[in-house]
Ligand binder design. Structure first.
Ligand SMILES: *Cc1c(COP(=O)(O)O)cnc(C)c1O
Length: 384
């Protein structure tokens, strides 16, 4: 059996989530925007219920808006392009974004797009653990900064951003804080209001929900221009018929994740630490990202195998364990996150990203260690 240890790429949809969605496909299928008959009103009520649940689960202000999107990619696009266009339309003279070199492409590529359309962009470096220095952010917060985009947790090396230190700096500079929380929601505690997050992106399939649904949470008063125009759904911010089954599934997944995340984090941290100890016993591995502890996602491990050929290593592992070298989204190009940590192309190729999850067992960790041990033995002592 293949041990699935790639939970940062995606998670299985929990069977309880599939069950929660079931009635909303073929029985309660009415369009919540229809409003004139009871099944449509019931669908609208279900969406309202989910909206309240998301706000509450993520510690968002009662007056904040929940915009359902297709995932975190779309939520990031809406947040950043929406802010930019709203500034242009309102005469707000701020024209610069600040972000971090290790952000997901779904943030960096949007910001580079906006840069080509006249906006300024400051990209902050990270230290050897993937952490951004609050002093560097403070120095970058010129009066022309419209917004700062910082991810809550990194999808490759598991670094948890020091948002409590960063958010006050952003606000005292009069800028808006966007947080891509795709790897944090459902995994670590995250309170939007308490942390001072103005815009928060999330994606259902990263916390055992369905693929194709996510959300952007918008704090009260944050001006955004819509990116999808049409039927005026979602307060005009994102047109298109609401995917009620997916929305119900998103909420069910969040409820489940909130219920078990503390126990899951503790269990997976133990397994992750066993994995790291086992790799150190095999030898030849160097850790990427923070040491296991409060600055690292409990279910993440990322290591580079030194002095072996990455392609061969991954080839030897691929029938035993499902893991990746970097992000699932980088399409063959070397990881910009590992490059930011100073890893060479060859080192990046010989990197193993492990993402443990709800279903991960001790036996799978054993299997992974066995597979890696065998592979390293083969690569170090080639026969014939
Ligand atoms: C997965 C991920 C995304 C993209 O989410 P989609 O659901 O594929 O749109 C964005 N940011 C981070 C940090 C992610 O891990």
């Amino acid at each position: 059996m293949l041990a699935y240890l790639d939970h940062h790429a995606t998670t299985p949809c929990d069977p309880a989530v599939v069950a929660a969605m079931a009635p909303w496909w073929s029985d309660q299928f009415a369009n919540p925007a229809s409003r004139l008959y009871r099944p449509a009103l019931e669908a609208a009520a279900a969406v309202e219920h989910v909206t309240a649940l998301l706000r509450q689960g993520l510690g968002a202000a009662a007056a904040s808006q929940v915009v359902f999107t297709s995932g975190a990619t779309e939520a990031n696009n809406l947040a950043l392009k929406g802010l930019a266009e709203a500034a242009l339309a309102s005469g707000n003279p701020r024209r610069r974004f600040v972000s971090v070199v290790s952000e997901h492409h779904a943030v960096l590529d949007v910001l580079h797009y906006l840069e080509r359309h006249g906006f300024g962009l400051t990209v902050l470096p990270v230290d050897g653990q993937g952490l951004v220095d609050p002093a560097a952010l403070a120095a970058a917060l010129e009066p022309d900064v419209l917004a700062v985009s910082v991810m809550a947790a990194n999808n490759e090396i598991g670094t948890i951003a020091p948002l409590t230190a960063l958010a006050p700096l952003v606000h005292s500079a009069g800028a808006v804080l966007h947080v891509d929380a795709a790897q944090a929601v459902g995994h670590i505690p995250l309170a939007m209001g308490a942390l001072g997050i103005d815009l928060l992106s999330l994606s259902g399939h990263k916390f055992y929900g369905p693929k194709g649904i996510g959300a952007l949470l918008v704090a009260p008063g944050v001006p955004l221009a819509p990116q999808l125009h049409g039927g005026g759904q979602q307060g005009g911010l994102r047109a298109g018929t609401l995917p009620v089954p997916l929305i119900v599934g998103l909420a069910a997944a969040l409820e489940l994740a909130i219920a078990d995340h503390a126990a899951r984090a503790m269990r997976l941290a133990v397994l992750r630490d066993q994995l790291w100890e086992g790799l150190q016993a095999i030898g030849g591995f160097s850790l990427n990202g923070p040491p296991p502890g409060p600055s690292r996602l409990p279910h993440n491990l990322n290591v580079t195998a030194l002095g072996v050929e990455g392609n061969r290593l991954h080839q030897l592992l691929r029938r035993q364990i499902a893991i990746s070298s970097g992000s699932a989204c980088s399409q063959g190009s070397p990881s910009h996150v590992l490059a930011a940590l100073g890893r060479s192309r060859l080192e990046a190729a010989a990197t193993l990203r492990f993402g443990l999850g709800r279903g991960t067992t001790a036996a799978e960790i054993e299997q992974a260690l066995q597979a890696v041990g065998d592979a390293m033995q083969t690569l170090r002592h080639p026969t014939g």
